[in-house]
Design a protein around this ligand. Structure first.
Ligand code: G1P
Ligand code: ZN
Length: 544
């Protein structure tokens, strides 16, 4: 057993995004690839000697192998203590919780979120800092720069740690603590939500729920919380074992990929409540009987009813949504007399607002919802929030949402994704749109009159930083909108996202089918962006 300094040479493609470094498993399996990136992290995050970090991942293929490498590198780099989730399991929200609760230096999360897993799938490494949130851009830039010049990494040559046994181990000077990845997270949830009330509902025999772990990280959490702690019958959690390849599915909780859950909730004897999370546990989907709650509505409903939940009954300081998320939550903020911030896409933009105490709840249309309890979005938190509301209100999911629409109006909302486009045609489409913005203002398009047409930019109210070019917004009088942007997270080709929103206060017209209600806007979007002509696509690849 000894510390080794291993010579290496830089790779040129290790620039992490806010969701970390995400690549094919085969890329990470190249000799030195993972080692270089991890050493680059250790080299730039400041004083690490004697400090504690947390490690874990979503259980995907290569999780365990990568953990063993990182543990031995941590020991060789002088880290004092490494906490590792039992079985190598740690959800993204639980990592954020553990870092904050124990005042850790940070944590390394192994996940490629909702991207497919397995030997041919994706893998990812993400470093979260001491506030529990993802590394900010200045940190990821330092990691990247370091990765371009790295020539050695440190490795402790020692036997593998048994990750399936709770307790402490030692590698050289470093303690490796294999800990229960659920305990701290469950305790935090118990502080926020009324567990007695939820237990009452789930054991009443009159209420059924189903939770889809999508063969990914949240299964163990959901079983501990819903089945063991809250008394829901065994089997309430489906697909609850984290599998190396997620059972071949895309662990993304939406109407397309959570097919099994969607079918159960559409069936004749559907349970009252259905929910799912993604690969690493930060996304959520909420379903009632034959009823889908859009993530934008979900955020608005949670905010409007937050006083019914113990952790939020003291009031909300403010709300925030990403720009493409529907404006439903803005109206809730207005009615409460609190601010609502509109940020660019990506959870990182909420971080400063949360740290400054300006925002209590926030969310994105992309199935991400969260609060100031941690610095990541949190799938199970959203599910528990809904369950708490259902227990207090004693009404169905559908009734709660419909009552919300009656009070605030309904935002018909849908996102149309065109995936795997050629980069040139996608960029051409966006530049054509940008050029046509000035001509659109005040223009009448069918029944809609354009009020604002711009390319969204954002000045962070805390640190003053400016982010430009964050998506094309066409806002019509009467608060309907079309938003266009290109995905920043895809790994193959370009993805065009078209976000459609129509605000409707007429009660008679609130129960139309969403795509029908949006059909005029869909046509307008196609015309102004020339989607068919420029992409050759007749229809979107995914509609959510
Ligand atoms: C997508 C979502 C965005 C989310 C991000 C990470 O990014 O749209 O809301 O924050 O994944 O989960 P995009 O691919 O659109 O850039
Ligand atoms: Zn995720």
């Amino acid at each position: 057993m000894s510390i080794q300094k291993v010579s290496t040479r830089p790779f040129k493609d290790q620039r992490p995004g806010t969701s970390g470094l995400r690549k094919k498993v085969t890329t990470f399996q190249q000799p030195y690839y993972l080692e270089n990136f991890v050493q680059s992290i250790f080299d730039v995050i400041g004083e690490i000697k004697g400090k504690t970090i947390v490690l874990g991942g979503d259980g995907r293929f290569y999780n365990r192998e990568a953990l063993q490498i990182i543990i031995k590198m941590a020991a060789a780099n002088g880290i004092g203590r490494t906490m590792v989730g039992l079985g190598g399991i740690l959800s993204t929200p639980a990592a954020s919780c553990v870092i904050r609760k124990h005042g850790l230096l940070g944590g390394i999360i192994l996940s490629a979120s909702h991207n497919p897993g397995g030997p041919k799938g994706d893998f990812g490494v993400k470093y979260n800092i001491e506030n529990g949130g993802p590394s900010p851009e200045h940190v990821t830039e330092c990691i990247y720069k370091r990765s371009l010049e790295i020539d050695t990494y440190r490795f402790f040559d020692a036997p593998d740690v048994d990750l399936d046994q709770l307790g402490e181990n030692r590698i050289g000077e470093m303690v490796v603590e294999v800990f229960d990845p659920v305990a701290d997270y469950l305790q935090l949830m118990e502080r926020l939500f009324d567990f007695d009330r939820m237990r009452g509902l789930l054991s009443s025999g009159e209420f059924n729920m189903v939770y889809d772990g999508m063969n990914a990280v949240t299964g163990p959490y959901a079983r501990a919380i819903f089945e063991r702690r809250l008394g829901a019958p065994p089997g309430t959690v489906i697909n609850g074992d984290p599998l190396l390849d997620f059972g071949g599915i895309h662990p993304d909780p939406n109407l397309k990929h959570a097919r099994e859950l969607v079918e159960i909730m559409r069936s004749e004897n559907s349970p009252d409540f259905g929910a799912a999370s993604d690969g690493d546990g930060d996304r959520n989907m909420i379903l009632g009987r034959r009823f889908f709650v859009t993530p934008s509505d979900s955020l608005a409903v949670l905010a409007a009813n937050a006083d019914l939940v113990p952790g939020y009954s003291g009031g909300l300081s403010g709300l925030a949504r990403s720009m493409p998320t529907s404006m439903a939550v803005d109206r809730v903020a207005e009615s409460m007399g609190i601010p609502c911030y509109e940020t660019p896409t990506g959870w990182k933009f909420f971080g400063n607002l949360l740290d400054a105490g300006k925002v209590t709840l926030c969310g994105e249309e992309s199935f991400g919802t969260g609060s100031d309890h941690i610095r990541e979005k949190d799938g199970l938190w959203a599910v528990l929030f809904w369950l708490n509301l259902l227990a207090v209100k004693g009404e169905s999911v559908e009734r709660i949402v419909q009552a919300h629409w009656r009070k605030f109006g309904r935002d018909f909302y849908s996102r149309h994704d065109y995936e795997g486009l050629e980069a040139d045609s996608a960029n051409g489409l966006m530049s054509h749109l940008r050029d046509s913005l000035p001509g659109l203002v005040e223009k009448r398009l069918g029944n809609y009159e354009v009020e604002i047409a711009d390319n969204f930019s954002y000045t962070d109210p805390i640190d003053g930083s400016l982010s430009t070019g964050q998506g094309i917004r066409i806002i019509f009088r009467g608060a309907s909108r079309i938003v266009f942007r290109l995905s920043g997270t895809g790994t193959e080709g370009a993805t065009l996202r078209v976000y459609l929103e129509r605000y409707e206060t007429d009660l008679e017209r609130q129960d139309q089918d969403t795509q029908e209600a949006l059909s005029d806007l869909i046509t307008i979007a196609n015309n102004i962006a020339q989607i068919r002509a420029r992409t050759g696509r007749e229809a979107p690849s995914v509609i959510t």
